[in-house]
Design a protein around this ligand. Structure first.
Ligand code: PLP
Length: 423
């Protein structure tokens, strides 16, 4: 009898049925698969076309940055990876021009860093002055209200910027304002917000200065410490020319002190800066797991910041200015009109140019994409339907790229309407 049992057991093992019949493993795994394989998806290695991204973002990544994306994964607390994080923090201090200890890259795109800033620095009932001259001020006002802050709106039509006196007047009239938000590069309207004197105005009234630098960091002259900025966030996929997903955030010690005085914990776990500071070593502490670091995005951000470091910040600012001026004069020679009237208020990184009468911007943009693989985009928020938005950022901020864009745009405009100006 025992011998017969042994034989049956051996046969069962040989057929591999013991595992399948075992209650621990449950029923045949295939019986759980009810959704068929997606027949519309071809599983050969992914291929995407190569395009020149000259819209408001993302911008074309530098080939060296894309090489870094191929590096093997490290654990997010491995010594080699922590070293990369420390280097990124040093490089961000250079890009922001700050000595602040509180510098990091938030996992996620610019919105993640934007939301992280609001979630940490706005407590219920806090009053925030928000400069609204395009979609980013609108979005900030929305975010502040979602975190139960009280918004005081300072409004300007799209295409115009704020003066420190206007900010100071609001601060004097509303002494309860604790935070002042402005957008350095308003990518929906194409304005460059002058920030000279803004930080001082905020300090005179005991408010923190909070600035969006998503479309300016690395491309436009900017010095966090000199301009008295307390909180600023940026993006990786615009001026820095890295893939989206790791967003720089900088906080001054004054802002950090405010965070420590909060009456309530921030209503976010993922973006809680006290916890993130433990992972980023804010107090030179041993690093702790908070969430899995975005390993590959950190490589690419570091590579992009290394390219900036090699070039030099002042040199990168000049290159972007020269590329923008080349673009603006080319557009004007073609008879096109720039949306931002005052040349000093024009953002070098995202240019808004009026769509000529009788031209449908989509025809032009789609011709440029299909024939030349160049992306430009239409307006957003207050400029929707009225302008083209052309991004000259990072890898694309050079004379050849600008010339290529201008001739493709001229060809499209000649096809789809006016003008017929010279190039
Ligand atoms: C000025 C500005 N702020 C914030 C954002 C949001 O960044 P993201 O799209 O990376 O979330 C953008 C994106 O275009 C932007 O241009």
């Amino acid at each position: 009898m025992a011998r017969r049992f042994q034989v049956v057991l051996l046969i069962a093992l040989a057929l591999g049925v013991v595992g399948l019949a075992s209650p621990a493993l449950g029923a045949d795994p295939a019986s759980l698969v009810h959704i068929p394989k997606p027949s519309s998806v071809h599983t050969e290695p992914l291929h995407v076309p190569s395009k020149t991204l000259m819209g408001p973002g993302p911008s074309t990544a530098h080939p060296r940055v894309l090489q870094a994306a191929k590096l093997p994964l490290l654990g997010h607390l491995h010594g080699e990876f922590v070293k990369i994080m420390i280097e990124v923090q040093e490089q961000l201090r250079y890009a922001f021009q700050t000595t602040s200890k509180y510098v990091l890259a938030v996992s996620g795109t610019g919105h993640a860093a934007m939301e992280a800033a609001v979630a940490n620095f706005v407590e219920p009932g806090d009053v925030v002055l928000v400069g609204v001259n395009g979609i980013w001020g609108e979005r900030m006002a929305d975010l502040v209200e979602r975190y139960a802050g009280v918004v005081v709106r300072l409004e300007k039509p799209g295409g115009q910027v704020f003066h420190p006196d206007e900010v100071e007047r609001e601060l004097a009239a509303n002494p309860e304002i604790g935070l002042v938000f402005l957008t350095h590069g308003e990518s929906s309207t194409g304005t460059l917000q002058p920030i000279e004197g803004m930080g001082d105005a905020c300090k005179r009234h005991g408010a923190l200065f909070f600035l969006d630098t998503v479309c300016t960091l690395g491309c436009v002259p900017f010095n966090v410490d000199k301009h008295g900025v307390d909180i600023t966030y940026s993006g990786s996929q615009k001026c820095l020319g890295a893939p989206p997903g790791a967003s720089p955030l900088m906080v001054s010690s004054a802002a950090m002190a405010k965070l420590k005085q909060r009456k309530t914990k921030p209503f976010t776990y993922y973006f809680d800066l006290n916890l993130l500071g433990e992972y980023w070593g804010f107090e030179d502490n041993p690093r702790w797991y908070h969430h899995t670091g975005m390993v590959t995005n950190m490589y690419t951000l570091r590579e992009a910041l290394s390219i900036l470091q090699d070039e030099g910040l002042a040199e990168a600012w000049t290159r972007h200015r020269e590329a923008a001026e080349r673009l603006w004069s080319g557009l004007e020679r073609m008879g096109l009109e720039l949306f931002v009237e005052n040349p000093e208020d024009r953002l070098p990184t995202v240019t808004t140019v009026k769509v000529p009468e009788g031209v449908n911007w989509k025809d032009v943009a789609s011709h440029m994409m299909h024939k030349h693989k160049i992306e430009i985009s239409g307006g957003l928020g207050p400029t929707a339907g009225k302008v083209f938005r052309i991004g000259i950022m990072g890898y694309n901020a050079g004379p050849q790229q600008v010339n290529r864009l201008l001739s493709a745009l001229k060809e499209a405009l000649d096809l789809y309407g006016q003008p017929k100006g010279e190039l």
